[in-house]
Design a protein around this ligand. Structure first.
Ligand SMILES: Cc1cc2nc3c(=O)[nH]c(=O)nc-3n(C[C@H](O)[C@H](O)[C@H](O)COP(=O)(O)OP(=O)(O)OC[C@H]3O[C@@H](n4cnc5c(N)ncnc54)[C@H](O)[C@@H]3O)c2cc1C
Ligand code: FES
Length: 258
């Protein structure tokens, strides 16, 4: 059931749903598949990352951008209405015990899954730092909530309207130059993920990327979401983003055009 559904800024919204099953089982990096309508249009569910959970209260937060028909339908839902969600789906971030110092790199609404990761990692005693990037100030999301949790946040905007002027990957390059980092985790537009991957490989820091491919079934049946994965010998195989991912080791991903 929808408990809250409010505009944060511009096209970005936060929906809180009551779902004890999802809240109890969710791990950072997983997503839910949302049925966006009561009839057959749109036919396909829409994948939305699990942004926050309040397990004790059985509540789940979804941070989403209104882009098209499905997310516009979500934006119209009122508290008290029922929402049909499948999940938690996919494989999330799997951090090794020794990965203590994390840098999370978010492009715009890419902060959605990383927020849940930041909260869980922080609770688990890891050092977390978040780099938030966006084209402009409107795209910088969840900054206050992260700071309230005591998580250091640095912000960049492409147009310089807020925070540092430039790309978030410029900030990441500086951090990797001057600090010891055990793991980078990133979610955002593909050019950002490609740049984050290059920097992580250059500095020999393991990196996870969370991919946001277009999806259909969401459960591994249609092969509509495959991504190329390169093994240590250079052989490429294809994996479903919905079931094997959406989180992958960055250096293994064959990005479009690469
Ligand atoms: C695992 C996963 C997790 C995601 N988590 C979130 C999240 O937490 N918050 C959020 O806002 N979005 C998230 N997305 C993207 C979200 O699923 C799409 O924006 C949404 O499905 C668009 O549906 P729509 O009907 O509103 O738009 P449509 O009418 O389907 O499309 C509108 C426009 O958005 C583009 N678009 C559609 N799907 C995607 C996509 N997957 N990636 C990029 N562009 C797309 C289309 O090409 C089109 O230009 C996630 C995607 C995946 C695969
Ligand atoms: S969306 Fe159908 S296999 Fe991934």
């Amino acid at each position: 059931m929808v408990e809250e559904n409010r505009e944060l800024r511009g096209n970005y919204r936060l929906m809180v749903v009551k779902s004890p099953e999802v809240a109890g089982a969710a791990r950072p990096g997983q997503f839910v598949h949302v049925r966006c309508g009561s009839g057959t249009v749109p036919l396909l569910r829409r994948p939305i990352s699990i942004h926050r959970v309040w397990p004790g209260e059985g509540r789940v937060g979804l941070l989403y951008e209104v882009k098209g028909r499905g997310t516009a339908w979500m934006a119209g839902r009122k508290p008290g209405e029922t929402l049909d969600i499948l999940g938690p789906l996919g494989n999330g971030f799997r951090l090794a015990a020794g990965e203590r110092r994390l840098v999370l790199v978010a492009g715009g609404v890419g902060i959605a899954p990383l927020f849940f990761l930041a909260e869980a990692a922080r609770r688990g005693g890891r050092q977390v730092r978040v780099l938030l990037g966006g084209r402009n100030r409107e795209m910088i999301l969840a900054e206050d909530d992260l700071r309230q949790m005591g998580i250091p946040v640095e912000v960049t905007t492409d147009d310089g309207s807020y925070g540092h002027h430039g790309l978030v990957t410029g900030l990441l390059a500086e951090v990797l130059e001057r600090e010891e980092v055990d793991r980078v985790c990133a979610c955002g537009p593909q050019p950002m993920l490609v740049a984050v991957t290059r920097l992580s490989v250059l500095h020999e820091v393991p990196c996870y990327v969370s991919l946001e491919e277009h999806m259909a079934c969401g459960v591994g049946a249609c092969r509509g979401c495959v991504v190329g994965i390169r093994d240590a010998f250079g052989n490429i195989s294809y994996r479903n983003v919905c079931t094997h991912g959406p989180v992958f080791e960055a250096r293994e991903v064959v990005f479009d055009g690469a």
